[in-house]
Design a protein around this ligand. Structure first.
Ligand code: TYD
Length: 209
């Protein structure tokens, strides 16, 4: 029931703009949708988010971090995502378990299997029907981020270069790990071209609604 779409991508991939464009298009076409983001999406989740992104918490242990992301996710699934899907809505989600697999599993070197295990109780068997992975390579992502004037870096964005290079590689391997669900979208094109491809791929899923 319903349709669960998640959007993923490394920092600077243009993921958020693509979320905006897809949300707008779905609303224009009259679909009943809710948009949300991780970490966050519920009052409990937003409180956890502020802990996770707090720049002064430089000493946060990697497992603590992974557990906090998973805790926020569990609350999100139970309080918001499952109920919306049960009502037949489209759920459009900015980041989900794949972000943890990549940022904590690869970036923090906890391993994808370990992070999957931590997340099993969080997702409670719920995976997106489709995940759009908007991909740009590391240099392009960084260049775009720096161009955004007035953007202050959060704790995760301030990680050093190697971390972000690993994130980019990790994202790429996600599409290989689960090619049926994760659709790789080349983000190094104009926003209109990227949105056009996403919308074209969406048709298959909308038909099943
Ligand atoms: P946010 O400001 O939402 O970033 P973006 O606009 O790039 O989505 O910050 C979320 C940050 O948290 C981002 O750097 C990715 C990271 N993250 C994880 O490390 N693990 C996770 O499970 C999730 C959901 C996000």
């Amino acid at each position: 029931m319903g349709l669960f779409i998640s959007m993923e991508g490394p920092d600077g991939s243009g993921k958020t703009l693509q979320m905006d464009l897809l949300e707008k298009k779905l609303r224009e076409e009259g679909y009943d949708i809710i948009r949300s983001r991780e970490p966050g999406g519920t009052p409990v989740g937003e409180a956890i988010r502020s802990i996770l992104l707090e720049p002064s918490f430089t000493g946060m242990d990697a497992v603590t971090e992974a557990l906090l992301f998973a805790a926020a996710r569990r609350q999100h699934v139970m309080e918001k995502i499952r109920p919306a899907l049960a009502e037949g809505k489209i759920v459009l989600l900015d980041r989900y378990i794949d972000s943890s697999l990549v940022y904590q599993g690869i970036g923090r070197e906890l391993g994808m299997d370990y992070v999957q295990m931590i997340n099993d109780p969080a997702i409670d068997g719920l995976l997106p029907d489709v995940t759009f992975l908007v991909y740009v390579d590391y240099e392009e992502g960084l260049r775009r981020k720096r161009l955004q004037s007035g953007h202050t870096m959060d704790r995760l964005e301030e990680e050093e270069e190697d971390f972000h290079r690993m994130i980019n590689k990790g994202y790429y391997s996600l599409a290989e790990r689960d090619p049926k669900r994760v659709i790789l979208i080349d983000g190094a094109r104009s926003p209109e071209e990227v949105a056009g491809e996403i919308w074209q791929k969406m048709q298959e899923y909308l038909e099943k609604l």
